[in-house]
Design a binder for this molecule. Structure first.
Ligand SMILES: Nc1ncnc2c1ncn2[C@@H]1O[C@H](COP(=O)(O)OP(=O)(O)OP(=O)(O)O)[C@@H](O)[C@H]1O
Ligand SMILES: [Mg+2]
Length: 359
């Protein structure tokens, strides 16, 4: 095959492909990539990646600098902003071209768009359905709590009047059960305190949760940490964020209990630029990914996962994720989930701008 044939193949690929020189300057761009990234071949070839797409795809440069890859790797859910202001979410596969002596001759980058439109509408769908259920629950909870207070008080009065102390067993059941119900309703209502926002380091939150769960699980679960040390502090409520993360990591721990092989939970952080949450675009967000290698979210729960009282565990109350969602929403953030057997990712995105909380 001659090289014009190869060029023709590349020109007709519907996949967006970039080929870079080892100094990360552009050697080739496929027409599909030109269209997707709004770049033109004539003006782009020879430019370095950071000139071509400033502040985008930095992971390639970082990886190249720190540990040149010796095989292909894929970064999923990468955000790219085009010059006209479009935000794309793509999966990027980077394959090094290795020459003799194992030196890298260049990089081939394949860019696959993730269905962005579907993702945004799902986010909005999630947020609105969440608000509707929250409103419903709030109403219901007040209806339950009022008579519950009366019931408990009456049982206490009755206990004092009882002629036979043995009968107190029954009044104490009423009191204990109303307390239990009240605690459940309070959990359903979610954190009632306004978040107290202070600058905090997300890694400190993650480490707190990790230490806690590591102590509970001992050797049974391996926690892998992949933190981005350049992540700036964010304004958040420490206790609430710990709760939000703990619920998710604990689910992972519980899910992997049925694993035959090793149980691994990965905590991963990165800075993401130009990320849209709801309808608002943020310049900088903190992306936390919590992954486990358990069996995945049961198919029938996927759509309703974040709803209160949705549980796939016999002993579960189904409130964990609803609470995490409420807390993250109060920080103007977003939680998303991707799951397949053997890999479940929960992604938490929290804006890093100073004014990032709902008041
Ligand atoms: N990492 C995961 N892997 C597999 N399934 C999961 C995972 N996280 C959540 N699930 C499923 O989603 C359900 C809902 O989770 P959620 O944390 O909201 O409630 P729960 O764990 O059942 O109860 P609670 O957290 O209130 O004790 C779980 O019961 C489980 O079936
Ligand atoms: Mg849970």
């Amino acid at each position: 095959m001659d090289s014009s044939f190869h060029a023709q193949i590349l020109d007709n690929l519907s996949t967006a492909v970039l080929v870079l020189h080892p100094d990360l300057s552009l050697r080739f761009i496929s027409p599909a990539a030109e269209a997707m990234l709004e770049l033109s071949q004539a003006r782009s070839v020879g430019l370095r990646l950071d000139e071509l797409l400033p502040d985008q795809l930095e992971f390639i440069a970082r990886q190249h600098r720190e540990a040149p890859p010796d095989g292909p790797y894929t970064n999923r859910g990468v955000n790219i902003s085009t010059s006209s202001g479009h935000t794309l979410v793509v999966d990027c596969t980077v394959s090094p071209l290795i020459g003799e002596g194992r030196n890298v001759l260049g990089l081939v980058i394949e860019i696959h768009p993730v269905d962005r439109i579907r993702r945004i509408s799902r986010e909005e769908g999630l947020l609105t359905s969440h608000e509707t259920t929250q409103a419903l629950i709030r109403g219901l909870a007040h209806e339950i709590k009022n008579p519950l207070g009366g019931l408990r008080g009456a049982a206490q009065l009755l206990a004092r009047e009882l002629p036979d102390p043995e009968l107190e067993e029954y009044t104490s059941i009423i009191i204990e059960e109303s307390d239990r119900l009240r605690a459940l309703v309070d959990r359903m209502l979610g954190p009632h305190k306004q978040p107290r926002l202070l600058p905090l380091n997300v890694h400190e939150v993650l480490e707190h949760v990790r230490t806690l769960l590591q102590a509970e699980t001992g050797e049974a679960v391996r926690f892998v940490r992949d933190y981005d040390p350049s992540l700036p502090d964010l304004l958040g409520d420490r206790a609430q964020l710990i709760q939000a993360v703990l619920n998710i990591v604990r689910n992972g721990v519980q899910a992997t209990a049925s694993n035959e092989g090793p149980r691994v939970i990965t905590l991963h952080t990165r800075v993401q630029r130009q990320f849209t949450i709801g309808s608002q675009r943020h310049r900088l967000v903190c992306a936390i990914r919590i992954s486990d290698n358990g069996p995945g979210i049961p198919e029938d729960l996927r759509e309703s996962l974040f709803f209160p009282m949705v549980s796939g565990r016999p002993e579960g109350s189904g409130l964990g994720l609803a609470i995490s969602q409420a807390i993250v929403a109060r920080h103007r953030g977003l939680i998303e989930c991707d799951s397949e057997p053997g890999l479940t990712d929960f992604n938490i995105y929290l804006p890093l701008e100073a004014d990032n909380a709902k008041t």
